[in-house]
Design a protein around this ligand. Structure first.
Ligand code: ADE
Length: 249
């Protein structure tokens, strides 16, 4: 059982967020448990203060360390990175993190506990990153108003990799990124729609030809939309030739 504990000042943000499709099924099957906690529950002052002005001046507010340390200590049983169980990851969602990838999702899917700290305001007191966090993670090079949408993204990407979460065990191996390429195009009925026909090869019943077409279309789409991915993937000679010939068009 993989457990996600989300620390946030907006626990209501997650109402219903994990009640659909694969995540809902994985929860119902007892494969994962997902809980969002109000950071204010770990404050000890009358006003339940979670933030304060930045030392050194400047705009905005910074999330205070004390409630976050108390929360992580409470949820993990330890108040320092080196003392967690080996299967515990404490993730800080922030635009300063390393970019979230399928590889990191696969790693997190092997954990037993993933604590997600949602940053807010102008930031989070850096001592949280220094002492508590095992992974500071960004979901991409853009600024969200808080880590909450990023936490939903991380939970979604990880849960579907937990063994048993997907209906068919093969569907996680065949998709974008698992081989370093984008996925190939897919078609369903009708055969012709607004003058656009499904590629003939897909109707041929010739499995080897279909497999080759899918691989080439995946290469074509990757070259168009994510040429950066092509440099990291190993292609055989025929595929390299095919890409080079294609380039002339
Ligand atoms: N918080 C604000 N922007 C973010 C991002 N891009 N990824 C993760 N957390 C964030």
């Amino acid at each position: 059982m993989l457990r996600f504990d989300i620390i946030t000042i907006f626990p209501d943000f997650f109402d219903g967020a994990f009640d659909h499709g694969i995540i809902r099924r994985a929860r119902a099957a007892g494969l994962v448990k997902i809980e969002a906690y109000d950071l204010r529950g770990w404050t000890s002052d009358k006003h339940h203060t979670v933030d304060d002005r930045p030392f050194g001046g400047g705009d905005g507010m910074v999330l205070k360390p004390e409630p976050i340390f108390a929360a992580v200590e409470n949820l993990t049983g330890a108040g320092a990175r080196d003392l967690y169980p080996k299967t515990t990851r404490v993730v800080l969602l922030s635009p300063q993190g390393r970019v979230f990838t399928q590889a990191l999702a696969e790693e997190l899917a092997r954990a037993e506990q993933v604590v997600l700290i949602c940053g807010r305001y102008e930031g989070v007191d850096e001592r949280v990153a220094e002492a508590l966090v095992t992974d500071e993670v960004s979901i991409g090079d853009y600024i969200l108003s808080g880590g909450e949408p990023a936490a939903v993204v991380v939970v979604d990407a990880v849960v579907r990799l937990v063994p048993g979460a997907l209906g068919s065990e093969t569907s996680a191996v065949n998709e974008s990124f698992s081989e370093g390429l984008l996925d190939c195009p897919h078609y369903t009925r009708p055969l012709e729609f607004r003058g656009m026909r499904v590629p003939e090869v897909l109707l041929s019943g010739h499995h080897a030809l279909i497999a080759r077409w899918r691989r080439e279309e995946a290469l074509r789409k990757t070259r168009r939309n994510r040429p950066d991915l092509l440099e990291k993937v190993s292609l055989d000679e025929r595929e390299r030739d095919w890409l080079n010939e294609e380039r002339e068009f």
